[in-house]
Design a binder for this molecule. Structure first.
Ligand SMILES: [Zn+2]
Ligand SMILES: [Zn+2]
Length: 185
């Protein structure tokens, strides 16, 4: 099946919304167009700030129109692109959370999680929740309290920590932190 370019852009966004990222090859196969055509689409979308291109693939950018249209599955707050957390289950379902706080809670309540993605707080692109670096207990209470913010790299997290304090944590540590805080209340 082939689509005109504008439809393809919409479909690419939908696909990224569903799975967070895609490889160029995947998109070429999905749309039955040439590598060059996909690259042209992606360049346009990247320029518009809707996606991020990286080696051989793309991820949804935080400010994409597709990224911020739902309510948190945990607390029903509108999901902000800057802090969105997406949990994907083994059966293909996915839940979106307003921030890493809710996202990690959803994730820790299910054993059937395939993978999760979380927004890098500084840049807004989606990163694997497992590999993300979290900051707990910073002075900045963003979204749900106790706030947990996620970053794509240790370096970014430390940059933030310098300004706003808090403790660097791995995903498991951040989950433990949340559970600990919840019981303390
Ligand atoms: Zn929430
Ligand atoms: Zn939240």
């Amino acid at each position: 099946m082939t689509y005109p370019s504008i439809d393809r852009e919409k479909k690419i966004l939908e696909l990224l919304q569903k799975q967070g990222s895609a490889s160029i090859q995947e998109l070429v196969d999905a749309f039955g167009v040439s590598n060059m055509t996909i690259h042209r689409d992606l360049n346009k979308m990247a320029e518009a700030g809707h996606i991020h291109k990286k080696h051989g693939g793309v991820t949804l950018a935080g400010n994409s129109p597709a990224a911020g249209e739902s309510l948190c599955s945990m607390c029903n707050k509108p999901v902000s692109a800057r802090t969105v957390f997406i949990v994907q289950f083994e059966n293909g379902e996915q839940k979106r959370a307003c921030c890493a706080h809710c996202g990690l809670m959803i994730q820790s309540q299910s054993k059937k999680v395939r993978q999760s993605l979380t927004a890098d707080y500084l840049h807004g692109h989606m990163v694997s929740a497992k590999q993300a670096v979290y900051i707990t207990g910073s002075e900045l209470n963003i979204c749900c309290v106790p706030s947990v913010l996620s970053f794509g790299s240790q370096q970014e997290a430390e940059k933030f920590q310098k300004g706003f304090g808090g403790t660097l944590a791995s995903m498991d540590e951040a989950i433990q932190y949340l559970h600990g805080m919840m019981h303390a209340h």
